[in-house]
Write a protein of this length. Structure first.
Length: 251
């Protein structure tokens, strides 16, 4: 039997001991766990960046994996510590939108009336998708005591991930939830041969990642316009054009 797999994503960086502390907590609960770092270089408190990184990575791991994510500017406040269980893995972290792309990929729908002024990536409530379960992590016997007001990654989230990896059922860790926080993804507007989308991520190379999906075969003659800048044609790779270019992503 393969050892349980736990991934870690955070904005903690590697110059301090925060990541190692969470790993130590997990291993003290589940010594057989295999720990994989997705990224700890998320820009500080950038929830949307972390959500994109996790959302484009988790599906390449086994469905039995536990994904621990801690980018938590609201730590110690009224925001909920949560567990989201999907057919493609379990996700532990704060209820602040970190799991937006996971929820969207599983068909989450809005649970509230959208504000007229809502913009892409604004925070909204969504229903827990069919086939998924969500839990409020409120069973203190599965925490590290005393619980710090500023390091729930160590005291609540890492213990939850460790207990899940050790085989504790998800429902033992907390109470069911019917809705969660997510970023808002506006619908793509398509009309008369034109599609209007949104920039949802900027990677470390400076690529602007949009929510537009290009199906194969890609029409290499299409034009792309962003804030008045027009790009004529779609490039197959970075060597096929000079200067600003548009290219189909590989996320």
């Amino acid at each position: 039997m393969s050892p349980p797999l736990v991934t870690l994503t955070s904005d903690f960086g590697m110059s301090d001991g925060y990541v190692a502390t969470m790993k130590g907590v997990i291993l003290s609960i589940c010594p057989d766990a295999r720990l994989i770092d997705i990224s700890h270089e998320v820009p500080p408190q950038n929830i949307n960046h972390a959500a994109f990184v996790l959302g484009t990575t988790y599906r390449h791991f086994p469905g039995s994996a536990v994904h621990l994510a801690v980018v938590d500017p609201g730590v110690g406040s009224a925001r909920h510590p949560i567990l989201l269980v999907t057919p493609h893995g379990a996700f532990v972290g704060p209820d602040n939108g970190l799991f937006s792309f996971v929820l969207s990929a599983n068909g989450a729908t809005l649970s509230e009336q959208l504000r007229p002024e809502a913009q892409a990536l604004d925070s909204v409530h969504v229903n827990v998708p069919d086939g998924c379960q969500a839990f409020l992590l409120n069973r203190a016997e599965y925490w590290m005591e005393p619980v710090s007001d500023t390091f729930h990654g160590r005291d609540i989230f890492a213990p939850a991930a460790g207990h899940l990896a050790a085989g504790i059922p998800a429902q033992d860790l907390g109470s069911p939830l019917s809705r969660l926080r997510s970023s808002y993804f506006p619908p793509i507007i398509a009309n008369a041969g034109r599609m209007d989308g949104h920039v949802i991520h900027v990677d470390r190379f400076g690529n602007l990642v949009t929510d537009l999906v290009l199906e194969e075969p890609v029409d290499l003659t299409m034009q792309v316009e962003i804030r008045g800048q027009r790009i004529n044609g779609i490039s197959r790779n970075y060597q096929s054009a000079s200067g600003l270019l548009a290219i189909k992503g590989s996320h």
